[in-house]
Design a binder for this molecule. Structure first.
Ligand SMILES: [Mg+2]
Length: 431
């Protein structure tokens, strides 16, 4: 029976984005699914795609050669964020001490729960894993250890759908087979430094003396060394996060249109909607991608790097004008436009630049605060930029469906296009 002074677990979603897509669309189950279409590279691959040799950051044309039946989808971060929140909420049913480490990973402290529940930590973890699968419809791998470092090693040990318990007495067995550079927190520079000292495995690192470690390396590495010895040093940061890696808005319109002003207004409206969300979470964007999609599902993507961080739609719309004119083809029938805002920065207007930019930015921020307040009161599209007006005029006739990320056109009970509930869709088994 494994004994623990503390029981920390690390839970990692298996192929998370691709799994989210498979979960909400049963037709994709068992198929090689890849997300990241908007960037032209694979950002997440299902295990079926991995089995065919698709790797992260592989280019789409390479994927098509390697795996002609691959289903390549645009990232839908809104859905992934919702499912991510649901994932954390499930883990919080077991303990309040949950650290949302990334969109698809968390740590949790289960210490003492074995006594409370009258069963082993392993049994509790099996239960968590099963509930996650039942309610979200895809798998997670879990590591259990005396601290964060060892728990993280455990969750990677057996994937997908693995559970690995590493008690203090068997840490060395695991460390012996892990290259030191694979340890969380040890980067390439430290790895090569360690190599010059004959340290290649995590176990060799652990076997160095305390004096050697503190003499050659800084404090964070000493803390890792202590955790390799089974102590719990790294605290859990249990503050709940509102986390967005990127924000996306897509809209499909029927019938398709070749009206340039109308298409531009649709894009403009998507930008306004995305900016509302960006401001809601006190973020700003520096990099924006937009696309126009033809009726034949041909996508034209444009990337725009903005001169500064912004959450103001008029600045982004202005920056899109030239690239829009460049890619717009008056002979084409378009069916949707969309925008993805990335490189998001928290608290963007907290710093002032040399030329008083802060003052102007703050004025705009206050202006948009007023706009957002009015929208909250009277509805999202009460106030629109002139460039988006034409989209509003037509919007009553427009269906929201098609090839946008599914969340963009799936309404749940109690939802309208304007009011979205924070409920994820899932096709997993529900008990
Ligand atoms: Mg993962």
């Amino acid at each position: 029976m494994a004994s623990f002074s503390r029981a920390i677990i690390h839970i990692d979603g298996d192929a998370f984005f691709a799994s989210c897509e498979q979960s909400r669309n049963p037709a994709l189950a068992g198929k090689p699914v890849i997300t990241g279409k908007e960037r032209g590279i694979a950002s997440s691959m299902s295990y079926e795609a991995k089995a065919k040799g698709v790797t992260r950051a592989m280019r789409l044309f390479e994927i098509k050669q390697l795996c002609p039946d691959a289903v390549i989808l645009p990232s839908d971060y809104e859905t992934y964020s919702i499912l991510s929140k649901r994932f954390f909420d499930i883990v919080r049913r077991y303990t309040a001490d949950v650290e949302e480490y990334s969109i698809d990973e968390c740590f949790a402290d289960l210490t003492g729960l074995d006594t409370v529940r009258g069963c082993s930590y392993e049994t509790i973890v099996q239960d968590i894993q099963r509930v996650l699968f039942d309610e979200l419809g895809f798998t997670f791998s879990i590591g259990v250890g005396p601290n964060k470092l060892i728990a993280k090693i455990g969750s990677k040990w057996k994937k997908p759908f693995g559970i690995t318990v590493i008690s203090k007495d068997i840490i060395d067995h695991h460390l012996a087979s892990i290259p030191v550079g694979k340890i969380w927190g040890i980067g390439p520079q430290t790895t090569s430094l360690l190599a010059t000292r004959g340290i290649f495995t995590a176990l060799e690192f652990k076997q160095k003396s305390k004096d050697w470690i503190t003499y050659h390396l800084s404090k964070p590495f000493y803390e890792l060394w202590l955790e390799m010895h089974g102590l719990s040093i790294l605290p859990l940061n249990i503050k709940e996060k509102e986390r967005y890696d990127s924000i996306q808005k897509v809209k499909t319109f029927t019938p398709p249109s070749s009206d340039k002003k109308f298409i531009y207004a649709q894009l403009s409206k998507n930008i306004e909607s995305a900016c509302i969300k960006v401001r809601k979470y006190n973020l700003a964007t520096k990099e924006v991608y937009f696309f126009l999609r033809t009726q034949e599902f041909h996508d034209e993507w444009q990337k725009i790097v903005l001169p500064r961080y912004t959450s103001f739609p008029h600045e982004i719309i202005k920056a899109c004008e030239v690239p829009f004119n460049r890619i717009f083809d008056c002979r084409a029938q378009y069916r949707s436009t969309g925008i993805t805002m990335t490189k998001l920065l928290q608290n963007p207007y907290a710093q002032r630049d040399m030329f008083g930019e802060y003052v102007q930015q703050e004025k705009l921020a206050r202006l948009y605060e007023g706009v957002d307040a009015m929208r909250k009161k009277y509805g999202k599209y009460t106030i629109l930029l002139g460039s988006s007006l034409m989209a509003k005029k037509f919007s009553r006739h427009l269906g929201a469906r098609g090839d946008a990320p599914a969340r963009a056109h799936t309404l749940f009970k109690g939802e309208t296009q304007r009011k979205r509930l924070n409920i994820p869709m899932f096709m997993g088994k529900v008990k």
